[in-house]
Design a protein around this ligand. Structure first.
Ligand code: GLU
Length: 296
């Protein structure tokens, strides 16, 4: 069993991302598995080295020690080129120069448009490669249903989902392709992450199929929300967790995931507290929960 935490260094570790880090850590440790950390830093314009350092320091202060070397997506661009070559050899790639605005306008009212498809005739028109995104045509794949361990069925329907950007117009490899390739490369068997990433998962299942890769098991954790149910405020996401309050932060995160809080953690013993929390890890208390509202 191999789990992982894959933060994007676009901000500090906050309470919401601590939940994902802790959940994936405890899930791996409970199963006696390995837990990896990868910095998802392909989107260079949005990533900052200072955030990477801050996230790693916060993980360490919270006792979340990873196995093996820290990896970064930017370590090895060739693996994405190799994946694109496989998709190309299968005749699945096409260039698309639809603008976001055109796609958004055409997709208005379409169900499941979280990753809008190309809605014009780019497949047959074949726009030039310059200033165009590269998409994978998924329409010939078979439908897939996977079971999220908490939230139930994740369906990939090729008739609905059709295609996805695999290399953005600016040349950056798209997250969906990168995450599939990275997890497979590292031998990740269990992806535990925030439920905000559930909606994009069908396309990842499709890319596994297109690349002949075994998909991991998924566990999407409840998303942290404001007391009124709105998205966690930017101001809260922008605040780094206080490393001196690590035991309290972990206590709070365990409470949110409806896990018992070990005595050791109450005494401020982080390593012993995490070991006890891993021994008692149980996903049943939060299964089916899509969100957790912060107390008002
Ligand atoms: N890097 C992504 C993020 O920080 C998470 C990737 C994943 O867990 O699949 O939102």
């Amino acid at each position: 069993m191999v789990g992982r935490f894959a933060p994007s260094p676009t901000g500090h570790l906050h309470l919401g991302s601590l939940l994902a880090a802790l959940g994936s850590f405890l899930d791996a440790r409970h199963a006696g598995g390995r837990w990896l950390v990868r910095l998802d830093d392909l989107d260079r314009p949005r990533c900052r080295e200072a955030y990477a350092a801050s996230i790693l320091a916060a993980l360490s202060a919270h006792g979340l020690k990873h196995d093996g070397p820290l990896t970064r997506q930017t370590d090895d661009p060739y693996r994405y080129a190799a994946a694109l070559a496989v998709l190309e050899a299968r005749g699945l790639l096409f260039t698309c120069d639809c603008s976001r605005r055109e796609i958004a306008a055409a997709a208005t009212g379409l169900a499941g448009a979280t990753e809008p498809c190309c809605l014009r005739d780019c497949r047959t028109r074949r726009p030039p490669a310059t200033d165009a995104a590269l998409r994978a045509d998924l329409s010939g794949l078979r439908p897939v249903t996977a079971l999220d361990r908490s939230l139930g069925g994740i369906r990939f329907d090729p008739a609905q989902h059709r295609d996805i950007v695999v290399r953005r117009r600016d040349g950056i490899i798209a997250y969906a392709l990168a995450v599939v390739v990275d997890d497979a490369e590292a031998g990740v068997t269990d992806v535990v992450r925030g439920g905000d990433l559930l909606a994009g998962t069908p396309w990842q299942l499709a890319l596994h199929q297109a690349l002949d890769l075994e998909p991991p098991r998924y566990l999407h954790l409840p998303v942290l929300a404001e007391p009124d149910g709105t998205k966690l405020a930017k101001s809260r996401r922008a605040v780094a967790l206080d490393p001196d309050a690590a035991a309290d932060n972990l206590t709070q995160a365990l409470g949110m995931l409806r896990q018992p809080v070990p005595e050791a953690l109450r005494r401020g013993e982080i390593a012993a507290g995490l070991a006890a929390a891993a021994a008692h890890w149980d996903i049943a208390p939060f299964s089916g929960m899509a969100e957790i509202r912060l107390p008002g």
